[in-house]
Design a binder for this molecule. Structure first.
Ligand SMILES: [Zn+2]
Length: 240
């Protein structure tokens, strides 16, 4: 019990994974996840719930160096359910239920760049396709654990890592409808807690799934100050 509590606390405080290696190290955690919701007998697009639209996203612990602007209730202030991309709208949080445990960008604690969002839920839950697309891969990727990548067209792709399980029917090349369940949240691969590591790439560049497409956080104030006319100084004494 203490060990489980420690794991949960670790997930809440450390914010889960940090996987930016391209060499895919051996997984450090691959144990089955306890207390997952019952799995469906098969991932059936008509039987499994579709992705919910979350109106808000709350942080898991209000702390962190890359969570963005946080409101008084612990909510991500600038959150919206969709991001606009060249491929159309994508879900920012393609999960059944989750809190934000780590954002995109530099993490002071690990002193590493984080290439996606960490969306955590110790109880697991379904993971959904962020938009219509084609499955690029659905397999094991070392540190990423059970991993799914979807191509949405227009050079937009999404990646889902650390899944407890992947829909066994997924095959590279098959079409996946927006909001369809593709797996369940877990901590396979290099992960310290149950969470989804979610990446979005546009034109080959990883972007911030939480803030992509939003205007800059701080707008420059228009310059309204006017300067007085130059002052004409009298010539120094003795020069007249
Ligand atoms: Zn992550």
């Amino acid at each position: 019990m203490k060990r489980r509590l420690a794991l949960v606390l670790c997930a809440l405080t450390l914010g889960g994974c940090a996987v930016t290696n391209t060499s895919y190290p051996s997984p450090t955690v691959s144990a089955p996840i306890a207390h997952l919701p019952p799995a469906p007998s098969a991932y059936n697009y008509t039987a499994v719930a579709r992705a919910p639209l979350h109106s808000e996203l709350f942080t898991c612990n209000r702390g962190g160096s890359n969570l963005g602007e946080i409101g008084l209730r612990g909510e991500a202030s600038r959150y919206s359910p969709y991001m606009d991309t060249p491929a159309g709208p994508l879900l920012r949080t393609p999960t059944e239920a989750a809190c934000l445990s780590s954002g995109f960008g530099w993490r002071d604690m690990s002193r590493r760049q984080h290439s996606g969002l960490d969306l955590a839920n110790p109880s697991g839950g379904f993971i959904y396709a962020a938009a219509d697309g084609r499955i690029v891969s659905a397999d094991w990727r070392g540190g990423y654990g059970n991993f799914v990548e979807i191509d949405h067209g227009s050079n937009v792709r999404t990646r889902y890592a650390h899944l407890a399980e992947i829909d066994p029917n997924l095959r590279p090349g098959m079409r996946i409808p927006a909001g369809a369940a593709i797996g369940r949240m877990g901590m396979t691969g290099n992960a310290t807690g149950v969470h989804l590591h979610y990446e979005v790439s546009v034109d080959g560049l990883l972007v911030d799934p939480l803030h992509f497409g939003l205007p800059p956080q701080y707008q420059a104030t228009p310059v309204t100050q006017t300067f007085p006319d130059p002052i004409t100084l009298p010539p120094p004494d003795g020069m007249q």
